[in-house]
Design a binder for this molecule. Sequence first.
Ligand SMILES: Nc1nc2c(ncn2[C@@H]2O[C@H](COP(=O)(O)OP(=O)(O)OP(=O)(O)O)[C@@H](O)[C@H]2O)c(=O)[nH]1
Ligand SMILES: [Mg+2]
Ligand SMILES: [Zn+2]
Length: 291
Amino acid sequence: MNGILLKAIAGFYYIEAGGRVYECKARGVFRKNHETPTVGDFVEFEDIGENKGVVTKILPRKNLLVRPPVANVDRLFIVSSHNTPAPNALMIDRLTAIALNNDIEPIIVFNKADLGSMEKWFNIYTNAGFKCIVASVLTGEGCDKILSLLSGGISAFTGNSGVGKSSLLNKMFPDLALQTGEVSDKLGRGRHTTRHVELFKVNNGYVADTPGFSSLDIERTMPLTKEQLPFVFPEFEKYFGLCKFTSCTHTVEKGCAVLDAVECGNIEKTRHESYRYIFNEVKDIKEWEKR
Ligand SMILES: Nc1nc2c(ncn2[C@@H]2O[C@H](COP(=O)(O)OP(=O)(O)OP(=O)(O)O)[C@@H](O)[C@H]2O)c(=O)[nH]1
Ligand SMILES: [Mg+2]
Ligand SMILES: [Zn+2]
């Protein structure tokens, strides 16, 4: 039988097929091949009765994200919030880069707009060419827009712990009744309420709620190369070919058209700072690997 993996917990895989959910184990062959069935995977499994089964094959993936661990993602909703926690440009820029590098449409959600204006953030990312939504679970603002983007394919919600990923999903789909958690007052940090990735069937599509991370967690190797990096900053693209040097990395070079665009305000400074930061990170890792 063919199905889709909704949830993986303690060695069990929960697979939906024909409107039923089967509790499955995986064949040992996956471990041998260092393959892990991942939420979002389309799989083949053997029905062994009583809604139980054995996963026998993972069908070819469109993509596979490491953080959050979800496969075959069509849309990534990158959620941040007005405060507790406040938006982090570098984190948004990492996530949009990872999405684009994996052929995923990033959609940036600025939540908790009831706590204050998100206009500055909305403008930065709209100008950079991203689809942005200002939202509030309290007032319901933006929820219809998110809802309209959820039909068809697989969507995943990601972002810091405490930004309101589960709350937004509950607002749109009250039946999910996902657990949400107060943000710690002292630190303004989320409490990592959502503990595992889970896919839900909604609007003719699927949406994954995922555990939030802290800004530190994402300070990790970016899964892309310095050659790929310029292409995942969509607002840079129209300047390529206009730089003085064909080998321009758009970081420090004289006569760089991207740097000129930053200078005159056509490219947002924070976006370019993130670019440079990530560039140095992926560049160093490559050199380290060569040694
Ligand atoms: N004022 C306000 N509070 C919100 C909004 N959305 C969520 N919250 C609150 O923010 C806190 C965290 O919400 P969650 O939905 O648990 O956040 P999460 O992103 O799922 O967090 P993790 O599961 O830890 O990753 C809760 O106390 C929510 O009530 C909003 O739009 N406005
Ligand atoms: Mg949550
Ligand atoms: Zn350049």
